[in-house]
Design a protein around this ligand. Sequence first.
Ligand code: NAD
Length: 425
Amino acid sequence: MTVMVPSRTPALITPGRQALDSALHQLDQAAEHLRLDAGLRTMLATPRRSLTVSVPVRREDGHMDVVQGFRVQHNVSRGPAKGGLRFHPSTDIHEVTALAMWMTWKCALVGIPYGGAKGGVAVDPTELTQRELERVTRRYVNEILPMIGPEKDIPAPDVGTDEQTMAWIMDTYSVNTGYSVPGVVTGKPLTLGGSLGRTGSTSRGVQIAAMCALGRSPEGVTVAVQGFGKVGAPAAQYLSDAGCTVVAVSDATGAVYAPGGLDIADLRAWAAESGGVSGYRHADALDHAELFELDVDVLVPAALEGAITAENAPRIRARLIVEGANGPTTPEADEILAAGGTIVVPDILANAGGVIVSYLEWVQNMQAYSWSGGEVELKLRELMEGAYAEVRSLATARDLTLRQAAHVIGVGRVAEAHQMRGLYP
Ligand code: NAD
């Protein structure tokens, strides 16, 4: 039996710890602006529930591995906890806590009645067979079973998971409950109660946010996208369909660049067939780092946290950054970008399209009813544009960055909910 546990080096600052430090820094800034008292600040900085589990998994050759899994409910003052499930080898409790905290502010910012949660399993899904993935998913769900439920905590896809993962979660939960409970997860296949418009909803929201921030016709607007997965690839597609010229994209396999514009549909077909964008013959190869330095109008980070740091921020030439990923920009990089006049549409606003349509899926499940794709798209657009206008207006009125304004609104609403509910007992 092999036991896979994270490094025990106490001094090691993991990417997850850095993400949590960023999230806490952003909370601190907002709390300062809102003049929240110390007790409330501590409450907002502390997750409500955190669970670490060991997930034993039988591999195809018969041996057993044990991987770590996590579920964190950061805050439930405004409704059930909501947040994605990530399968990634370097995920840890700090990263999952940071992602759960961002979910809390995001849901409050766009005005949907959820708190924030996140889950993670420290595995590389590309190294597992489908059957191994199914076993990991089902065992992980079984371990966190008391925490989740349609009125308690509702997982959704994130890095390394997809609608098949959600179907396994729904099935495992339903079998344990004794009847079908579609509302326990969102981002499900349509046939199990998924919503029209959920696939691609995060990316549609990124495109809407980008258009709001551009404030002009997309004709002639050049774009580079880091990450070509569930968020990055459709975002590149929607931006291209809207009239922008997507000149570069990257994924874990490499980066490609075509100054005249990439044919995104063709590139997606290539990536699906060959396992990544690398080697695409209608574009030049680029280093990962070079993508960030291109002279483009819009940069969309849509991979992982900590992509834009104090090291590469000074070389970024994009006028606008629209954060498809969660936590792609460190606080130090934020300061450099703000000083240089780069506008950053922050993650908790720019990528909120996914949780908005997840909410719409859950509402449909709870009513055993379904809406048309057009109705879903209309509601998504309304909530995204409304949230953008609110953030923009507060940022202008109080001389804040869009990130600071978004956090002031999100944190402020959660703080208000705590104050109205009072402290039990
Ligand atoms: P995914 O697993 O579908 O895709 C991730 C992509 O990033 C892949 O193309 C991968 O190859 C690429 N990548 C990884 N390392 C890279 C690197 N160093 N350089 C360039 N590309 C790299 O994940 P996703 O669901 O698209 O999530 C991406 C980000 O968006 C995450 O931060 C996630 O939390 C956030 N997000 C996702 C959703 C959603 O609905 N899936 C919603 C909101 C936010």
